[in-house]
Design a protein around this ligand. Structure first.
Ligand code: ADP
Ligand code: ASP
Ligand code: MG
Length: 824
C-alpha cells in the first residue's frame, strides 16, 4: 500500500484536482492507495477569519462565508463542466451539490452561533475548522465516483483518536493504529480517501492535529498500515535548499535523512509538517515530496540513510517568522540550581512551546525564543513565578524582544566539517545582519540564530549563496550620476556581465539608478536593455530617497556608486557605510575635503565592513591608489611622489608654442572637452592639488588643502576675472606673459608641465620647466604619469603612466573598484 497526501493548492481548483485524479488513476493500478486531502487552498484561513469576525460581533463574517461558498461551488462547476450531456453524471453532480449545500448550511449555522454567543472556544474552533477537509474530501470522492474510479471515503475522525487538547491534539496511537488496521482489513477499494487534519477525542469531540496537520494524518495511516511509501504532493518540487518564495536560487534537495527533514521542518520549512516524520521513521517508510503541478520532477526522498550524492555538509537553510526572544537575567541566578527548572516548568504548564534556548556559561542569563503570540502571556507568568526574586533584585523582570525571526543552517554532515558556523556568522556579519542569539545543538545538525525579521530575506540569500552557490556572488549596484562616465560604466557592465559571471563567479546587477531628476530601483535588477526609458519613467530623484530604497531593500553586497561631482552626494557616503553598503566614488570631494570627514569615512568603512574605494579620483582608470595602498600595506614607505595629473593642462602645454596663442589653445581645449566648462578649475591647478592631496593622505599624512603650496601660473587678472568670458579676455591681454613662459622653457630646451609633488610630508603643485631626458618630458596628449620613490624604489621610481582622463578609462576604473569589492 502507498499513502498519498495532497495539500491545499493541489486541491485548490478544478484544474488541479483533475491533475490529482490523473495521479490517483495511475498509481491505483499498481497498488491500493490511501489518499489524504487538505482543505481547498486558503479555506482553513478563511474559516478562521470568518469565525474571528463572528466572535467579535462583526457581520462581515457573512461575506467571508459567501466567499467560502462560492469557492467550493466553483470547484464543483469546474469538475463537472461536461455533465450537461450525460444524465447520469448530471445526477451525480446534483447530488454532490446537495450534500455540499447541506454541509455549508451547517457551517453557516455554526458561524451564526459563534456570532450570537460572542465566543470561540478551542473546541468550537476545531469543529469549525473540520469543515474545510470535510468539504474537499466529499467533493473529490464524488468526482472519483463519477469518473468510475473504485473509491471509498472514510472519515478520519472515525479512526484517528486523540486526547482533548483542541487545536493541537495528541494522537493515541494504540487505538488509532488498530482502528485503521481494522478498517482496512475489511475494505477492498483500490482508493480510500480520508480528510486530513481532523480527528476525534476519546470523548467523541472533534479535534484537529495542528495547522498543516494533513501531512501528519497521512503519516499516521502510512505507519499503521506499514505502507511502502508516503507521498506528500504539494505545490513545489520537493523540499528546497531554502524557502523558494524568499530565495530565487533555491533548488530541490534530492535526498534527505529523516533527522535532516525533522530539523528543516521544525525550523520553518513549511512543506512538511514537523510531526509527520516520527510515525514513518519508526517503520522506516520513505517519504517522497512531489509537485502535483509538475509530477515528472524528481522531488525529495527522505529515508534513514541517504546515499549522499552531493558532498555539501549543509543540506538546507530554514527560517521561522514571528519570534520573540525572552531573557531572564540577574546575579542571583549564578551558581544557584533550580532557576531553569522553574522557568521551563512554568512555560510547559502554560503550554508555551520553546523553539530555542541559550544560556551563557556565566549562568547570568538564560535566553529563549518562542512564538511572538505567546510572548505577553509568557512574560506575565514568569514575572509572577519569580515575583519574590524580582522584589529582592536577585533577578530582573523578564525582557521581551519582538519582531525577530530564527534562521537555521542544517545538515547531518555538519558535525564532521569544521568552520561551518564560522562561515555562517561571517557571511551574516559581512552583510550587516545583527545576531541576537545563537544556538547549536550537541548533534551539530543545526546551527540557529535569532535575527531581526527585516534581515531574513537578506540572510537567507547570503547564506544560500555561501553554502549552495559558492560559485556566484551577487553584487547590487546603486549608481548615481549617469552622465558620460555613468553611461560608459553601464555599457561596460552590460557588455561584461556574462563574462564576469562565467569567469569570476560574480553576478553584477544594477539595482538602482539615479540622475539629478529621476531615479529607478528594482530589487530584481534593472534590465539594462532599456535603462534610459526606465529611468525616465522613474520617480522624482532625491538623495535621501535613493538611500532609503537601498537601505530598505537590504540586499546583500550592495554598493553605492557616485559618478557625480556633487558635494551633497559626497556628504551621504557615511549613511551608506553605516548600512554596510560599500561606496565607490569618482567624485573627489569627500577625499579632498575636510580631513575629519575623510577619516570618518575610513573608520566607518572598517567598522561596518564595507569598502570605500575611489581609485578614479587620481589618474582616472590608472591603478594609482590601489598600487599606493599595496605598497604601504606591504610595509614600504613613500619618500617622494612626483606626478603630472591633469589631462587638460597637458593638452594645453603640449599645444602651446610660439606659433599659437594661449587664448586659442585654451579655447580649443575647452571646446574639445579637455577642460571643465569653466577652464579656471583646471588652469588654477585646484584639481591637481586635490589629487596630490588624496595621494598624500593615502600615504598616511594628515594634511588639508590649505597646507598645500600652490604655485599659480595664471596672471592676477585671470585669477580675478568675474566670468569665464572675462577670463578669456585676460588671456588675450596677457598673451605676452604666457609667451614669456613658453620662451623661457624653450630656451633651456625644456617642456612646460604642471607638476604635483609630495615630499617629506609636504605637497605642492606648480608649472615646471622639464628638461629633456626626464620621464615627464615626452608626456603626450592627456596622459598622466605618477612616480613613486619609496624605500624599496629609492633611485628608480615605480612609474604608472597612461591616459588619465576620458569617459571610457574612468568607467573602467570604477568597474575595477566594483570588482575589488566583489572579490573581497
Ligand atoms: P500544502 O498546502 O501542499 O501542504 P504548504 O503550503 O503547507 O503546502 O507547504 C508548501 C510551501 O512551503 C511552499 O509553497 C513554500 O512556500 C513553503 N516552503 C518553505 N520552506 C520550504 C522549503 N525549504 N522547501 C520547500 N518549500 C518550502
Ligand atoms: N487545512 C489545514 C491547514 O491549512 C491542514 C493542512 O492543510 O495540512 O492547516
Ligand atoms: Mg502543508
Amino acid at each position: 500500500m502507498k499513502v498519498l497526501k495532497f495539500g491545499g493548492t493541489s486541491v485548490g481548483s478544478a484544474e488541479n484536482i483533475n491533475k490529482v485524479i490523473t495521479i490517483l488513476d495511475q498509481q491505483s493500478k499498481n497498488t491500493n492507495i490511501a489518499v489524504v486531502v487538505s482543505a481547498v487552498g486558503g479555506i482553513t484561513d478563511k474559516l478562521l477569519e470568518a469565525a474571528n469576525l463572528a466572535c467579535n460581533k462583526n457581520e462581515a463574517y457573512k461575506q467571508k462565508y459567501d466567499v467560502i461558498w462560492s469557492i467550493h461551488n466553483k470547484v464543483i462547476e469546474g469538475l463537472f463542466e461536461n455533465s450537461a450531456n450525460d444524465n447520469e453524471i448530471k445526477k451525480q453532480r446534483d447530488s454532490l451539490s446537495d450534500i455540499i449545500s447541506e454541509k455549508l448550511n451547517d457551517l453557516k449555522s455554526l458561524l451564526n452561533g459563534i456570532y450570537l454567543i460572542n465566543e470561540l472556544s478551542p473546541k468550537t474552533k476545531d469543529k469549525l475548522l473540520s469543515f474545510g477537509e470535510a468539504l474537499s474530501s466529499t467533493i473529490i470522492y464524488h468526482t472519483l465516483k463519477s469518473r468510475s474510479l473504485d473509491a471509498a471515503l472514510k472519515n478520519s475522525q472515525e479512526v484517528i483518536v486523540t486526547d482533548s487538547n483542541f487545536n493541537n491534539a495528541i494522537v493515541n496511537f494504540e487505538v488509532t493504529n488498530s482502528n485503521i488496521q481494522n478498517f482496512f482489513s475489511t475494505n477492498s477499494n483500490s482508493i480510500v480517501l480520508f480528510p486530513g487534519f481532523v480527528s476525534k477525542s476519546t470523548h467523541g469531540e472533534i479535534t484537529t492535529l495542528g495547522r498543516g496537520g494533513s501531512d501528519y494524518t497521512a503519516a499516521i495511516i502510512a505507519a499503521a498500515m506499514d505502507a511502502n511509501e508516503l507521498q506528500i504532493w504539494t505545490d513545489v518540487s520537493g523540499m528546497y535548499t531554502t524557502n523558494p518564495k524568499l530565495v530565487k536560487q533555491a533548488s530541490p534537495i534530492i535526498e534527505l535523512s529523516y533527522q535532516e527533514a525533522v530539523e528543516l521542518s521544525h525550523f520553518g520549512a513549511k512543506v512538511l509538517y514537523p510531526p509527520t516524520v516520527m510515525p514513518v521513521l519508526k517503520k522506516q517508510i520513505p517519504i517522497v515530496i512531489k509537485n502535483t503541478m509538475e509530477p515528472e520532477a524528481i522531488g525529495t526522498t527522505i529515508t534513514k540513510n541517504t546515499v549522499n550524492t552531493d558532498n555539501s555538509p549543509v543540506k538546507g537553510i530554514s527560517n521561522i517568522e514571528n519570534i520573540a526572544l525572552l531573557t531572564l537575567q540577574g546575579n542571583g541566578m549564578v551558581g544557584v540550581p533550580g532557576f531553569s527548572k522553574r522557568l521551563f516548568e512554568t512555560l510547559a504548564q502554560e503550554k508555551i512551546n520553546i523553539i530555542l534556548i541559550t544560556q551563557s556559561s556565566s549562568e547570568h542569563s538564560i535566553c529563549f525564543g518562542i512564538s511572538a503570540n505567546d510572548a505577553q502571556r509568557a512574560k506575565e507568568v514568569i514575572d509572577t513565578v519569580f515575583e519574590y526574586e524580582i522584589a529582592l533584585q536577585k533577578i530582573d523582570p523578564i525582557v521581551v524582544e519582538t519582531d525577530l525571526s530564527i534562521i537555521a543552517v542544517i545538515g547531518d554532515k555538519m558535525k564532521s566539517h569544521q568552520g561551518i558556523s564560522g562561515k555562517m556568522f561571517s557571511t551574516l556579519g559581512k552583510n550587516n545582519v545583527n545576531i541576537r542569539a545563537i544556538a547549536q545543538g550537541a548533534s551539530e545538525r543545526n546551527i540557529s540564530a535569532i535575527i531581526h525579521k527585516n534581515d531574513v530575506k537578506k540572510a537567507l540569500n547570503s547564506l544560500h549563496e555561501q553554502f549552495f552557490e559558492i560559485k556566484t556572488k551577487q553584487i547590487n549596484l546603486f549608481i548615481t550620476g549617469v552622465g558620460n562616465v555613468g553611461e560608459r560604466l553601464i555599457e561596460q557592465i552590460k557588455q561584461q556581465k556574462a563574462y564576469v559571471k562565467e569567469n569570476f563567479k560574480i553576478n553584477l546587477r544594477i539595482t538602482g539608478l539615479s540622475n539629478s531628476r529621476k531615479m529607478v530601483v528594482n530589487d530584481e535588477g534593472i534590465d539594462l536593455k532599456n535603462w534610459k526609458e526606465q529611468l525616465e519613467a522613474g520617480e522624482t530623484a532625491s538623495l535621501e530617497g535613493f538611500f532609503q530604497h537601498a537601505k530598505s531593500l537590504n540586499l546583500r553586497n550592495s554598493v553605492f556608486v557616485d559618478i557625480t561631482a556633487n558635494e551633497a552626494v559626497s556628504k551621504i557616503y557615511g549613511e551608506y557605510l553605516k548600512q554596510s553598503i560599500s561606496v565607490v566614488a569618482c567624485n573627489k570631494i569627500a577625499c579632498s575635503g575636510n580631513i575629519e570627514y575623510y577619516n570618518e569615512l575610513k573608520t566607518l568603512s572598517r567598522k561596518y565592513n564595507a569598502s570605500f574605494l575611489f581609485e578614479t579620483n587620481v589618474g582616472a582608470g590608472l591603478p594609482v591608489i590601489d598600487t599606493l595602498s599595496h605598497l604601504i600595506t606591504s610595509g614600504d614607505k613613500i619618500n617622494t611622489i612626483q606626478a603630472v595629473l591633469s589631462g587638460s593642462l597637458n593638452f594645453i602645454f603640449n599645444n602651446f608654442n610660439a606659433e599659437t596663442t594661449f587664448y586659442d589653445v585654451v579655447k580649443q581645449a575647452q571646446e574639445e572637452g579637455y577642460t571643465e566648462p569653466d577652464p579656471r578649475i583646471d588652469l588654477s591647478g585646484i584639481d591637481v592639488a586635490r589629487k596630490v592631496l588624496i595621494l598624500a593622505r593615502e600615504s598616511g599624512h594628515a594634511i588639508e588643502l590649505a597646507d598645500l603650496e600652490s604655485d599659480n601660473f595664471l596672471t592676477d587678472a585671470a585669477m580675478n576675472a568675474s566670468s569665464v568670458d572675462d577670463f578669456f579676455e585676460t588671456l588675450k591681454t596677457d598673451e605676452a606673459y604666457y609667451q614669456g613662459l613658453f620662451k623661457s622653457a624653450e630656451d633651456k630646451n625644456c617642456q612646460l608641465k604642471f607638476v604635483a609633488e609630495f615630499n617629506d610630508g609636504k605637497a605642492k603643485v606648480g608649472l615646471k620647466e622639464i628638461p629633456e631626458g626626464h620621464p615627464f618630458f615626452n608626456l603626450k596628449g592627456k596622459d598622466n604619469i605618477v612616480m613613486f620613490y619609496t624605500q624599496r624604489y629609492p633611485e628608480q621610481p615605480m612609474i604608472i603612466k597612461g591616459a588619465g582622463a576620458g569617459a571610457d578609462v574612468t568607467a573602467s576604473g570604477l568597474f575595477a573598484d566594483i570588482i575589488r569589492i566583489a572579490n573581497n
